[in-house]
Write a protein that binds this ligand. Structure first.
Ligand code: NIG
Ligand code: FE
Length: 418
């Protein structure tokens, strides 16, 4: 037997996220049904977890002089956070619009005036590839400091062929240049670019389907679309996702963020891996989605977005959970609706405004977030065989995690065993 290369021991609590079903995301009571080991350890060999258990079951024979020991006395040990919805790569920022928003302008009003997403599109098109990469690396370092070990990264601020492909390329390159794993998603259908303003949303998605998607095979596993007033209507969104699915892409959607257009149910019926935002998704529709998809589609909830957009409507997470819909949590990190990488804060706001319990919130930002990006086989829980992505936190129990509002509880971040 190989001796351990890393042993994290004496943890007050090991949040395993294990013990539930392994063939689908956690839903209903399973979201909080996973195992916590008191006074436990996690052992790794190279980049993989090999054993997790209580201290009195630790195999002392596998500790050698080469084993790196981390003493986690008084600490929580848990899997690295999984950020399943971000817009990582962009140019500029929107601090100027923050002031407009504080004066009372709405998100869609700012977009309709040519600002919002379109202002970031202008800044992104003007940026060099090297600048975009430098920004992305800066943000990934920030995520890592918060204990995020996997980050989904959407394109969507190019809205032309070359810039969109550049954004996916930059995301992949950023993933190779530092330890946090980056999972790119293609969001070329974010809004209709100025060049297609006259021709309209259908003409723009036809262009993407015809001229862009074939170059993304193997570069991005998922396509995403923003189904909303001022972005893409339901029928165009359906057509786009159907066609992309035929080309072999997994599906995601931004839907029910500001209005109930039926985008989540539509995408779920097409087999979407996730439906994201869901602030206006009703509990009844959530129940139908859970039943129709047999619990395979994850609703990704983004509690910092209504907070930052000064909206009172938050996704009814409690009802979603009680109706059996699997839920995940993410920041939605982007320059417009959430310029924060603090996923811990998102967990706190999910408890305070969406009715999550601390245990549910942790599961939603680890294992279920991994399901939402198709990576549950290799991250999101502390199970033998998974990648050694682990956190040691400066708190002693799971309840403390969302309690210390706005703090970063991370003491140590391990990615791939290092
Ligand atoms: O997920 N809602 C659409 N897209 C992003 C925001 C993008 C932006 O405002 O730059 C979101 O909230
Ligand atoms: Fe988003």
């Amino acid at each position: 037997m190989h001796s351990y290369t890393l042993l994290i021991q004496h943890a007050a609590q090991v949040l395993t996220l294990a013990g539930g079903p392994t063939d689908r995301p956690l839903a209903g009571p399973d979201l909080a049904g996973w195992t916590i080991i008191e006074w436990g350890y996690v052992a790794c060999v190279d980049d993989k977890i090999v054993a997790v258990g209580p201290m009195d079951e630790l195999d002392l024979a596998r500790i050698s002089p080469e084993t790196r020991l981390i003493d986690a006395t008084g600490c929580v040990v848990m899997p690295g956070l999984v950020e399943c919805h971000t817009h990582l790569v962009f140019g500029g920022n929107r601090a100027h619009e923050f002031e407009r928003k504080l004066r009372g302008e709405s998100y869609l009003d700012i977009l309709a005036s040519g600002g919002g997403i379109l202002s970031t599109v202008r800044a992104t098109r003007a940026a060099s590839e090297a600048e975009l990469l430098e920004n992305a690396l800066h943000h990934l370092a920030g995520f890592q400091a918060y204990g995020v070990t996997t980050v989904e990264a959407k394109s969507g601020y190019g809205l032309d062929r070359d810039t969109e492909l550049r954004l996916v390329r930059v995301a992949r390159q950023a993933g190779r240049q530092q330890p946090v794993r980056v999972v790119p998603t293609f969001l070329g259908a974010h809004v209709v670019p100025p060049e297609f303003k006259a021709a309209g949303p259908q003409a723009y998605v036809d262009f993407i389907l015809r001229e862009v998607l074939s170059d993304l095979k193997g570069e991005a596993a998922y396509v995403d679309i923003f189904c909303e007033q001022g972005a893409f209507p339901l029928d165009v969104s359906r057509y786009y996702l159907e066609q992309a699915h035929k080309m072999g892409f997994g599906l995601k959607i931004h839907a029910e963020q500001l209005h109930d257009l039926g985008g989540c149910e539509m995408a779920a019926a097409l087999g979407a891996t996730s439906v994201d935002h869901c602030d206006y998704l009703t509990p009844a529709a959530a129940r139908r989605i859970a039943q129709q998809t047999q619990g395979q589609t994850v609703a990704v909830l983004l509690p910092l977005v209504p907070l930052f957009l000064r909206q009172s409507q938050y996704a009814p997470g409690r009802e979603f959970i009680d109706n059996g819909l699997p839920v995940a949590l993410s920041t939605d990190f982007n320059p417009g609706s959430c310029p924060s990488k603090n996923l811990w804060l998102a967990l706190s706001v999910a408890c305070l405004k969406m009715g999550f319990t601390p245990k549910e919130a942790v599961a939603a930002a680890t294992l279920n977030a991994a399901w939402a990006i198709g990576h549950a086989a290799d991250c999101g829980s502390l199970a033998p065989g998974k990648r050694a992505d682990l956190l040691v936190l400066n708190v002693g129990s799971v309840a403390e995690i969302p309690y210390w509002l706005g703090e970063n509880p991370v003491r140590e971040v391990v990615i791939g065993g290092l």
